[in-house]
Design a protein around this ligand. Structure first.
Ligand code: Q9C
Ligand code: ZN
Length: 658
């Protein structure tokens, strides 16, 4: 009743939020203070923001704590522990840089060991206090981040896997706290590869990660973050990946994933605590992420999580490289944890069409484990999608100076782009240099040169190849193509065989989904025979085909394969050239021979990738059904083989080792 509502009781109704920051974690930095996105200013910026707004006063402040060896060993190898513990010692002064260079995206200095230990120990500290009920929720502003760190190696700016250490700690070292199910939500823009592996077979941990993936071209650039990776053994179904097909995802995309995947599953899983791998590199303005989640988007995502586990939520900082974005995003999260103000519905925007596609694919893949996902989403819902924006990008431009974070791509709703933008653009030939941000006239130059494009995959089926010229989508393709700028059909078409080996590799492609894609071994071999369909097109058109084979960019400002490259072929200097693209399966242009004075060009994987296929580092596997069907159709309609022969030919190509 009112009379008994004393001061202390009002206070006890307030949420108790733990907030951990410790300047000692700034001691980890690049050895000579070289610029790096993962730098001490990140956590300082967040701390300053919480201070200047005064919100820190309403939290319970905590100091960092060093981690104990045995807790690191719950998820890391002895060797890894030794490496990170020793790397800062004097004896390593001269070897530190060389050791760091052996790892993927790692630096060390003499402050690294202490900072790493504090980061891991701090996430344990806050997680334990939330698990015990001392706090309702907590935030650990830590660095170095953790989610890329693997059992036996540091990676992607991460030394110890802080969240995984804390998760294992609660489950294995604190049975008295009664935590038997933990939901890890990884909303960092990158896939949490380390965490995924550590709980791969563990049904006590539901690992959920939403990240840019782009069919394996976005960091960490492999298949681990695909939605088919659902866990193994008892852990099957307890690993959920939502792999974005493109950048620019924002609040609407993330919230659609929350509403139609994460929240329904969380209801069934019924976690005892939620630990968020809270990277803010999907935030608008992030230099590496290329997404556009707003502070309000993060608040809504977090608010929805607070309905579970009695509101026991722990936030551990992971990535996030725009100081202002990460500070504002974290502030918004702390406000939600304190239950200050109602979260107002964020954006009026719609998710991308690709977002609905991914959501549907994830739901289908996981529905054997989570029946709630089996229901088909209403068409009325999934047809609400974003309007496309045309991005005209150069193939060499890359906004992430630090490194390749995937292709600069355009993707949504090609039909509309086609009608609204590309067609008018193609009529604007005179001005296109300006439009694309380059002033040269390469298109008109290359439009005068003819080549034979020798295709050996699904492009042997002419309607399929035609999509690369005219734009559009035929049976089996997951999405339409934008087509070439010059939509003139090939001048001539012919069939031919060449002494090269056909094989199939990779696990999926943008166009065909699941299954291997066709490649030829660039080395010729008279024992082998590859059937090809040759199209006589201009070198300008060939460039547009090459681009579409590798990325989803609609236009380029300079040619990928120019006259200089062509001349190096015809002069006999070389017979293959690798194109300057950050990703894609077909980055090597191959010169086969001349026919009536016209060079015959094909395209295949890079030499380094061929080596990967040979060694087994890259997967060799059968083509998807729809893809194989298209290939067979091309061979049959081109009158190269009977249907039975074509089937046998494809079969032989993917069952024989390279
Ligand atoms: N091949 C986090 O956000 N990019 N890590 C460089 C070098 C690495 C991001 C790739 C991005 C790591 C915690
Ligand atoms: Zn990240």
């Amino acid at each position: 009743m009112a009379e008994s509502r004393g001061e202390s009781e009002i206070k006890s109704e307030q949420r108790r939020v733990g907030l951990l920051y410790d300047e000692r974690m700034c001691k980890h930095h690049t050895p000579n203070h070289e610029d790096h996105p993962e730098n001490p200013n990140r956590i300082k910026a967040i701390w300053n923001k919480l201070h200047t707004t005064g919100i820190h006063q309403r939290c319970v402040l905590l100091d960092a704590k060093e981690v104990e060896d045995e807790h690191i060993l719950l998820v890391h190898s002895q060797k890894h522990l030794k490496l990170i513990k020793n790397i800062s010692s004097k004896q390593f002064d001269s070897r530190r840089a060389r050791i760091a260079s052996k790892y993927n995206s790692i630096y060390f200095n003499k402050g690294s060991s202490e900072a790493a230990s504090l980061a891991a120990g701090s996430v344990i500290e806050v997680a334990e206090r939330v698990a015990s009920g001392e706090f309702n929720s907590a935030v650990a502003i830590v660095r170095p981040p953790g989610h890329h760190a693997e059992h036996d190696e540091p990676m992607g700016f991460c030394l110890y896997n802080n969240v995984a250490v804390a998760t294992s700690f609660l489950l294995n070292e604190k049975p008295e706290l009664g935590i038997s199910r933990i939901l890890i939500v990884d909303w960092d823009v990158h896939h949490g590869n380390g965490t995924q592996k550590m709980f791969w077979e563990d049904p006590r941990v539901l690992f959920f990660s939403v990240h840019r993936h782009e069919f394996g071209s976005f960091y960490p650039a492999n298949d681990d973050g695909f939605y088919t990776m659902v866990g193994k053994g008892l852990g099957a179904g307890y690993n959920i990946n939502v792999p974005w097909e493109n950048g620019r995802c924002g609040d609407a995309d993330y919230l659609a994933v929350w509403d139609h995947i994460l929240i329904p599953v969380a209801k069934e899983f019924n976690p005892d605590i939620i630990i968020v791998s809270a990277g803010f590199d999907a935030a608008v303005g992030d230099p590496l992420g290329g997404c556009c989640v707003t502070p309000s988007g993060y608040s809504s995502m977090l608010k929805k999580l607070m309905d579970f586990a009695n509101g026991k939520v722990v936030l551990a900082l992971e990535g996030g490289y725009n100081l202002e974005s990460i500070a504002k995003s974290m502030l918004a999260c702390v406000e939600v944890l304190l239950e200050d103000k109602p979260v107002v519905g964020s954006s009026e925007a719609y998710p991308f069409e690709s977002t609905w596609r991914v959501i549907q694919a994830v739901r289908k893949e996981l529905s054997p484990f989570w029946p709630t996902l089996a229901e088909e989403l209403p068409k009325k819902l999934t047809s609400q999608k974003a309007h496309p924006i045309l991005y005209v990008l150069s193939s060499t431009f890359n906004s992430d100076v630090e490194d390749n974070e995937g292709p600069n791509v355009v993707s949504e709703k090609f039909e509309e782009i086609l009608q609204d933008v590309i067609e008018p653009l193609s009529k604007l030939k005179v001005n296109e240099g300006q439009v694309a941000g380059s002033s040269d006239t390469w298109r008109s130059d290359l439009s005068k040169i003819y080549i034979w494009y020798a295709s050996f995959g699904s492009n042997m089926w002419q309607p399929r190849f035609n999509c690369y010229i005219e734009g559009g989508q035929v049976e089996g393709m997951t999405r339409p193509c934008s087509g070439a700028v010059d939509k003139t059909p090939p001048k001539e078409i012919m069939q031919k065989t060449f002494p090269h080996r056909l094989f199939f590799g990779r696990d999926f492609s943008q166009t065909w989904g699941h299954g291997g894609v066709a490649f030829v071994n660039p080395e010729s071999n008279i024992e082998e025979k590859v059937y090809m369909c040759l199209y006589k097109i201009t070198l300008e058109q060939f460039n547009d085909v090459l681009l579409q084979e590798n990325t989803r960019v609609a236009l380029m400002s300079s040619p990928l394969f120019d006259l200089t490259a062509l001349n190096s072929f015809t002069r006999g200097e070389t017979n293959s050239v690798e194109v300057n693209l950050e990703s894609g399966w077909y980055r090597k242009v191959l010169y086969l021979e001349k026919d009536h004075g016209i060079p015959i060009l094909s395209m295949t994987c890079k030499l380094s990738e061929l080596e990967g296929f040979k060694s087994g580092e890259l997967s060799v596997r059968a083509p998807a059904e729809g893809y194989a069907k298209t290939l067979i159709r091309g061979l049959v309609e081109g009158k190269q083989l009977s249907e039975a022969e074509a089937i046998a030919y494809i079969e032989r190509a993917h069952t024989r080792p390279l």
